[in-house]
Design a protein around this ligand. Structure first.
Ligand code: 5AD
Ligand code: FES
Length: 366
């Protein structure tokens, strides 16, 4: 089939997705044009912010790719205090960001559940309920997810990392603590509880093929999520996967493949929120803006107090780790305009996909 027809298909199959992912030259231009057209039609020109608070790098997991894995003795561990988290959220509110994301290493305990619940209540209070809150705190029990939802969180991010169970097994330790099915179960629970649910994967992992990535896209479609965050895998020297660095795609190709993934996903899932991953910016200073140009519509400016940013090193070269949140502001506004978009200040910027889904549910129940 001609490439120009493939990109217009409603339900492309795995082979067609692979062709789109591997597009280069003129075909790539066509792919990007189609993605931009789709974004303009279903989302518009607005980009929404989520102020990212990396609240702790203490993690009970040992993922083979991740710089803050439990087994990495070289990391200086930190945890923000309640006051620091609340202050960061107040900063986001003052700047009219609309939403914050609270992200951290994975910890599961009754005390942790209670602490997050308390923080959610406080953030809701300080913003008069106006600040949207996304959580990204890993795998938890259904009861914990429910308590956090009732305390005011309405979105949850949990990347599946790879939807291929075999590949998942290669990048995580064996055993029940890193179980693919448990992770998938968490995503279903989040959806059942009514969270706007986000997932995603890393692009350019060792052992990963474009076939795997095509499967990832079909997985996202099948799961029918509202949001996706996905970005290039970047090797970290203090992790087990580092030994495969010689077998990876060159970094520039990983970056380009990530942009193709975003464009194809936009064509496939027209009205979901797609984040321009920070990892893109670690490779190219204009990486996130390039993602916006090919279909992404969410940016997560880092608002973690500057002091701690260096310690939240999931991968090498994490950008802007030396800056204070205030310094990022003017910079971002200008960048978004360059990407022919504008910022939706003070808005939640819920995914249109979610809004449609809720409308359909309401219609069928009443
Ligand atoms: N390169 C790129 N992304 C990474 N993440 C963790 N380690 C790396 C890495 N080395 C991503 C994972 C995780 C998110 C918080 O960061 O996808 O879900
Ligand atoms: Fe815990 Fe990566 S191993 S966040």
């Amino acid at each position: 089939m001609e490439f120009s027809k493939i990109i217009e298909q409603d339900k492309p199959g795995k082979d067609e997705l692979v062709r789109m992912l591997e597009a280069s030259g003129e075909e790539r231009t066509l792919l990007f044009e189609q993605a931009v057209k789709t974004r303009e039609q279903f989302i518009g020109k607005k980009v929404h912010f989520r102020g990212l608070i990396e609240f702790s790098n203490i993690c009970s997991k040992d993922c083979y790719y991740c710089g803050i894995r439990k087994g990495n003795r070289k990391v200086k561990r930190y945890e923000l205090s309640d006051e620091q988290i609340i202050e960061a959220a107040a900063f986001a509110h003052k700047q009219n960001y609309g939403s914050v994301v609270i992200q951290g290493g994975e910890i599961a305990s009754p005390a942790f559940t209670a602490r997050i619940e308390h923080l959610l209540n406080e953030i809701k209070r300080l913003s008069d309920g106006k600040l949207g809150i996304t959580l990204s705190l890993g795998e938890q029990t259904g009861e914990t997810y429910l308590r956090w939802k009732e305390a005011g969180a309405h979105r949850y991010l949990l990347r599946i990392e790879s939807s291929n169970q075999e590949l998942y097994g290669k990048i995580h330790p064996a055993g029940h603590t890193h179980d693919f099915k448990a992770r998938l179960g968490c995503l279903h629970t989040l959806q059942d509880l009514g969270y706007q649910t986000g997932t995603g994967m890393m692009i350019g992992l060792p052992f990963q093929t474009t076939g795997h990535l095509a499967e990832d896209l079909l997985f996202i479609q099948e799961l029918d999520v509202d949001m996706v965050g996905m970005g290039p895998y970047i090797e970290h020297p203090d992790t087990p996967l580092y030994r495969y660095r010689g077998e990876l795609l060159p970094i520039k190709e990983r970056f380009d493949l990530s942009l193709n993934m975003i464009a194809v996903l936009r064509i496939l899932m027209k009205d979901i929120n797609i984040a321009a991953a920070t990892a893109l910016q670690a490779i190219d200073p204009m990486g996130r803006e390039k993602a916006i140009r090919v279909g992404a519509n969410i940016i997560m400016p880092n608002i973690t107090p500057g002091l701690y940013r260096n310690d939240y090193s999931l991968y090498e070269n994490k950008p802007c780790t030396d800056e204070e949140p205030e310094e990022c502001l003017g910079c971002l506004d200008a960048r978004i305009q360059m990407a022919d978009s504008m910022i939706g200040y003070g808005e939640w910027g819920d995914s249109k996909h979610y809004q449609q889904r809720i409308r359909r549910q309401n219609n069928s129940t009443g």
